[in-house]
Design a protein around this ligand. Structure first.
Ligand code: ZN
Length: 456
């Protein structure tokens, strides 16, 4: 059975379809799975969803892949990753930073971001895509901050992403922390990349948006410029928002109100704004996020890494806020990120009912796609993109319609992902990322990490 997903392929040129017929289909993360249902794929899109035997009988010329002991579910959307972050994993430090601000000022900026070059970020992008695909992720938003890779840093990453076949949104995190020239070049990089992607062929899976860092590294004029450009390009503006206590306090000291209140005062808090992290929100800020339709992304593991805190995600979801899940370039296996999101809010609120598995899976799929303003991604329904994963469902206890989501969130990891398809093409088969020389990628990343660590 392990070779089942090797037996067939789909491509945009095929007229016949491919039918995946697993034991269980979880077509929409927010509703229960259905036993025996399958999905028919034609030209990179989901054509039909229904009983596997019916799909097979009504399309006799299709390739039918029977997948016993497997569940098919949508590919994950990693709504916030820094692929270059991989280069910092295990970097020697004299001591752990003493808080979020020292994390940035003493470590992340001088020892990671300011040392990056094109060769380093390309090696990291190759490995990050492999790591994400291998753990069921098909779509992601990357945020690159590296003042010395301008211009062209996004193109260096794009080459790697195109090789991987993933659906990627690439952005450069523009900031004034390194001076006005680099700040302007950062916005230009985003704008140019958005425009470049739009001139590519229709089946290009890459796109861009405009990222800025935070209010404590971006002036009002700079923020306004970013939103004006984004409106002209019809893309989102992304910013890190209240990741630690620093930004809210800084805004109160400099603007007399908190971060989201300042975005609202600038007239830019709305559906065109993707605020990542949102760890420390006052009641007023939560209301702004909910009432204005600000999109959010949640990075529970990375918030732990930097000592940031725990974001009020159940409260935001209850208020109807769109929330995606992200790895932040830390642990890039969304199964691990989901596990964290599933558990920490129960602990924080001392209530096991605040975050059920369907809610977590929805953040990892449809929530992420909505946060990134992607259409027809994150669900397996007719006309939606054929972005999916085939996962081993041989749990030690019986699988039921009621427990499959929780079984997946708690007890699956990258090692259980057997196959991954992006836009109708297999990118992982038999647990291996296709056409990737893993050792070559690893050796290259290793070499570039050593260069980063020894740079001064
Ligand atoms: Zn981040």
């Amino acid at each position: 059975m392990t070779s089942a997903t090797s037996a067939g392929s789909t491509s945009s040129g095929e007229s016949n379809g491919t039918i995946l017929w697993p034991d269980w289909l979880l077509a929409d993360a927010s509703v229960p799975p259905v036993a025996g249902h399958g999905v028919r794929i034609v030209d990179g899109l989901v054509d039909a969803v229904g009983p596997g035997d019916f799909l097979a009988a009504t399309h006799p010329d299709d390739t039918v892949l029977e997948l016993p002991d497997r569940v098919v579910l949508p590919g994950f959307v990693n709504a916030h990753v820094h692929m270059y972050g991989l280069l910092s994993h295990g970097i020697p430090l004299d001591a752990a930073p003493s808080g979020f601000w020292p994390f940035l000022e003493d470590f992340w900026w001088p020892k990671v971001e300011d040392r990056l070059d094109h060769t380093m970020i390309a090696a990291a992008a190759d490995w990050a895509c492999t790591e994400m695909l291998r753990s069921g992720t098909t779509t992601f938003l990357d945020i690159l901050e590296a003042p010395n890779v301008l211009p062209g840093g996004l193109d260096a990453q794009a080459e790697a992403v195109r090789r991987s076949g993933m659906r990627g949104i690439l952005s450069f995190e523009a900031t004034e922390r390194s001076g006005s020239e680099i700040a302007a070049a950062g916005l230009e990089e985003n704008q140019r990349f958005v425009e470049t992607c739009r001139t590519q062929s229709d089946d290009d899976l890459l796109s861009g948006l405009i990222s800025i860092h935070t209010l404590f590294t971006c002036s009002d004029d700079f923020v306004r410029d970013a939103f004006v450009r984004a409106a002209e390009l019809d893309v989102l503006v992304h910013a890190h928002c209240n990741e630690g206590v620093h930004e809210g306090e800084w805004c109160e000291a400099h603007h007399g109100h908190r971060t989201l209140e300042h975005y609202a005062a600038l007239g830019v808090a709305g559906p065109g704004f993707l605020a990542s992290q949102v760890v420390h929100l006052s009641e007023a800020e939560r209301r702004i996020v909910a009432d204005c339709g600000v999109r959010c992304s949640h990075m529970p593991l990375a918030n732990g890494e930097v000592g940031g805190g725990i974001a009020p995600i159940p409260e935001l979801l209850d208020a109807g806020v769109t929330v995606g899940l992200g790895s932040d370039g830390y642990v890039n296996d969304l199964y691990e990120v989901m596990r964290s999101a599933f558990l920490i809010h129960k602990a924080r609120l001392r209530d096991p009912g605040v975050m059920d598995a369907h809610r977590v899976l929805a953040m990892a799929t449809t929530g992420g796609a909505a946060a990134l303003d992607l259409e027809k991604v994150g669900r397996l329904a007719p006309g939606w993109s054929a972005d999916l994963q085939v996962v081993d469902s041989r749990f030690p206890t019986p699988v039921t319609e009621a427990n499959l989501a929780e079984q997946l969130v708690l007890f699956r990891s990258a090692q259980h992902v057997e196959a991954v398809m992006v836009a109708g093409l297999w990118r992982v088969r038999d647990g291996r990322v296709v056409e990737v020389d893993l050792e070559e990628q690893r050796a290259r990343l290793h070499e570039q990490a050593l260069r980063l660590w020894s740079a001064s």
